[in-house]
Design a protein around this ligand. Structure first.
Ligand code: C5P
Length: 227
């Protein structure tokens, strides 16, 4: 069977990673969560005092970029790859609301984007990959055979993210999660470098009223037409 590249983009908390993981598992493809990479750089930058909610020392972060080594390592028990920065597992740390509050400022920096995009293109050079993010169909793999653009109402998305964080034992309110989702969407769609936008040839899925199974079946039909 022909191997293809599947690019999944969309607003935050639209269920991109859930769908992407399911597809990758079913097809025997590699799954790459590019949001985890931006989150990992942000976590490193927070720990080194380059960024907080109130400030960003862009120059210091750019100078230190060559020292940030990102790696995915597959965890058999969890069934997905975890994120490592300079050899340290940061999978848990990068999912906090604190990181979510700073990540879009870091993702606006072109030097950060070029570094991560180059490594994403390298990971996908042999196809058989499902990658999710904001610029996969537009910048990382403009030639991807299948591009999906996911959307759902801000409330549905905030509820989804809120439940995830509560399940992980984090102390957050629904209101602050909703505010973060809306703020990130605003920054991600308005930035100069690689803004979040639907690629012309992407297929849009609004999953506000769709089950996970319905989304999976729909996308598998589209895969079937391309392999
Ligand atoms: O996907 P996730 O919500 O974890 O992404 C976190 C943030 O990383 C996004 O809000 C966005 O600012 C940034 N991002 C990006 N480009 C990508 C993936 C994520 O700018 N391809």
């Amino acid at each position: 069977m022909k191997k293809i590249t599947i690019a999944i983009d969309g607003f935050s908390s639209t269920g991109k990673s859930t769908l992407a993981k399911q597809l990758a598992k079913h097809l025997g493809y590699v799954y790459v969560d590019t949001g985890a990479m931006y989150r990992a750089v942000t976590f490193y930058a927070m720990q080194n005092g380059y960024v907080s909610e109130e400030h960003l020392n862009k120059e210091a972060l750019i100078n230190d970029l060559p020292n940030i080594n990102l790696q995915f390592q597959f965890n058999d028990n969890l069934g997905f790859a975890e994120m490592y920065v300079n050899g340290k597992n940061v999978e848990k740390e990068i999912r906090t609301l604190d990181v979510s509050r700073c990540v879009s400022q870091v993702a606006e920096i072109s030097e950060v984007r070029s570094k991560l995009v180059a490594s994403q293109q390298e990971m996908g050079k042999n196809k058989a990959i499902v990658m999710d993010g904001r610029d996969i169909g537009t910048v990382v793999f403009p030639e991807a055979e299948l591009k999906i653009f996911m959307n759902s109402s801000a409330q549905t998305r905030a509820e989804r993210r809120f439940n995830e964080l509560i399940e992980k034992g984090q102390h957050v309110t629904y209101e602050e999660v909703l505010q973060n989702v809306q703020e990130r969407d605003y920054i991600d769609t308005h930035r100069e470098d690689s803004p979040l936008v639907k690629a012309d040839d992407a297929i849009e899925i609004d999953n506000s009223a769709m089950s996970k199974q319905e989304q999976f079946d729909l996308v598998m039909d589209l895969v079937g037409e391309r392999v």
